[in-house]
Design a protein around this ligand. Structure first.
Ligand code: ZN
Length: 284
């Protein structure tokens, strides 16, 4: 049985074909342009395959309320051509098979839960720290949604005492994403994170914000495992610093088990998106 999985991002869209074991049989990356042109390329890729179902992990914001008239539509995005684009509807209309949609971070979390660093736990949180910060939650095989999808990247966090940076979030200034995303690091220090080497001050500040966020997520959601992915987390120095700070802030109040198993790196390299979209289409 062939299952389609689409990771729809703001700069690129990855189309894949796989099966329920998580094995990818074919994959193609296309640049995200206008919705109609992009959709034409998606259709062209899948024209060679007979799919049973299709899953999509999309950039947002996206309407995920199944009772809403705009379910499956891209909402108020700065990518104006995509604003109010009926992504789910257009895919259903073309493929005439069941199509499932969720956020990019929720499906990334589902992929790690099913096939990666979260496969031996019942609940896990996946946080991506890159151009933006987002997080998805999976419990008992299902991604979490409320009225809409969570926006965990925009929580408030206490300012580091040595950091006077005002933050870059256009909505909140110094929220987590405003202080700790890749572009925030670059603006604060004048250079991209990967060019800043092991400068302890840079990563001390970064770990402070991420650790505070992780403590809040843990107190509210109590996940068994937290997986940290995205470009910024490729700095290996961050993992030990974050674990140390989370331990200190938690102060033994909540049992998290071994910190090395509580906070982990992803295992699916950069294939979480498509593997998660396929897992979404496979179902629980
Ligand atoms: Zn914000």
């Amino acid at each position: 049985m062939l299952i389609g999985g689409i990771e729809a991002g703001g700069t690129k869209i990855v189309c894949a074909v796989g099966d329920s074991t998580g094995e990818i049989k074919a994959k193609q990356s296309i640049s995200t342009r206008g919705p109609d042109e992009t959709l034409a390329e998606i259709k062209a890729f899948y024209s060679n395959y007979k799919l049973e179902t299709l899953g999509v992990g999309s950039f947002g914001p996206i309407d995920l309320d199944k009772n809403s008239d705009t379910y499956g539509m891209i909402l108020n995005t700065p990518k104006t051509a995509w604003k109010h684009f009926d992504l789910l509807g257009r895919l259903q209309q073309h493929f005439q098979i069941p199509v499932y949609i969720d956020t990019d971070v929720n499906v990334a979390c589902l992929a790690e839960y099913r096939h990666g660093a979260g496969r031996n736990v019942n609940s896990c949180l996946y946080i991506t720290v890159g151009t933006g910060i987002g997080a998805g939650l999976v419990q008992e095989g299902r991604t979490f949604q409320g009225r809409s999808h969570p926006e965990m990247g925009h929580i408030s966090i206490p300012q580091h005492p040595d950091d006077s940076f005002a933050g870059i979030c256009p909505y909140h200034g110094n929220c987590l994403e405003g202080m700790a995303s890749g572009p925030a690091i670059e603006k604060r220090h004048g250079r991209e994170g990967h060019l800043l080497g092991d400068d302890s001050n840079v990563w001390e500040i970064e770990a402070h914000y991420l650790a505070h966020a992780i403590v809040s997520y843990t107190l509210i959601l109590s996940p068994e495992r937290i997986i940290l992915g995205g470009g910024v987390m490729k700095q290996d120095v961050l993992f030990p610093l974050i674990r140390q700070k989370v331990s200190k802030l938690m102060n033994d109040y909540v049992y998290t088990g071994d910190m090395n198993e509580f906070i982990m790196a992803p295992e699916l390299d950069d294939e979480q998106g498509v593997k998660g979209a396929i897992a979404l289409a496979v179902g629980v």
